[in-house]
Design a protein around this ligand. Structure first.
Ligand SMILES: [Zn+2]
Length: 219
């Protein structure tokens, strides 16, 4: 049996990570495992671990690395993950990456795909977002001209949220880059890091990733 295809996908907000994760999970028939999803699933299942997660989340605290690692461990043991899994949103820190390595051992992460997009480009993409204050419908700045600032669904005012203003976005992206650097170095050192130009079209990005997976004989 071929080794498991365990992938980690990293990318800042606006880098097209969601799209690529979905495509890769389909291509390689491995589950797309996002931390948010496994936390929600655990709470819903009401397992002992899930109840622990629920009480941490109810208290407003962050779920600890140990808890997340245990959940990832359980998730990796499920039947649909027998050929591997694609991790999205985890690991987020060096400590998590080390814990994950200890957990998976020999059959660990095979590739860490870094979707690299210049901060300037994503800032432009993300700051195009406009939101209806009433119903939350999402528009782009070019739509807003067409609807003259009024929501097509409900007639509410369509605005740019403070979070979506260029300065706020840039700050968020810069702190992401700072936090992710040690993680990139960790996978680089193990020869597992591949950086893909996320500014290319989604099809080109997918093709570039698939080429690396094939070249390395991973699938
Ligand atoms: Zn609306």
């Amino acid at each position: 049996m071929a080794a498991r295809l365990n992938l980690v996908v990293l990318g800042k907000q606006g880098a097209g990570k969601g799209t690529q994760c979905k495509r890769l999970a389909e291509t390689y028939a491995i589950p797309h495992v996002s931390t948010g999803d496994i936390l929600r699933a655990a709470v819903k299942a009401g397992s002992p671990l899930g109840r622990e997660v629920a009480s941490v989340m109810d208290s407003g605290a962050l779920v600890s690395d140990e808890l997340v690692i245990q959940l990832v461990d359980e998730r990796f043991k499920e039947p649909d993950a027998k050929n591997g899994a694609l991790l999205d949103g985890f690991p987020r820190t060096l400590a998590q990456a080390e814990a994950l390595e200890a957990l998976l051992g020999e059959d660990g992460i095979k590739l860490c795909i870094n979707l690299d997009v210049p901060i300037e480009l994503v800032t432009r993409r993300l700051s195009a977002r406009r939101v209806c204050q009433e119903c939350g419908a999402i528009y782009s700045d070019s739509d807003v001209e067409a609807i003259s600032g009024t929501c097509a669904n409900c007639g509410g005012d369509v605005i740019q949220r403070n979070d979506d203003k260029p300065d706020a976005i840039r700050k968020r992206l810069e702190s992401y880059e700072r936090d992710t650097e040690p993680l990139l170095a960790f996978y680089e050192k193990r020869g597992l890091l591949v950086t893909v130009d996320g500014a290319e079209s989604p099809d080109d990005v997918t093709a570039a990733i698939k080429a690396v997976v094939a070249q390395r004989g991973l699938a």
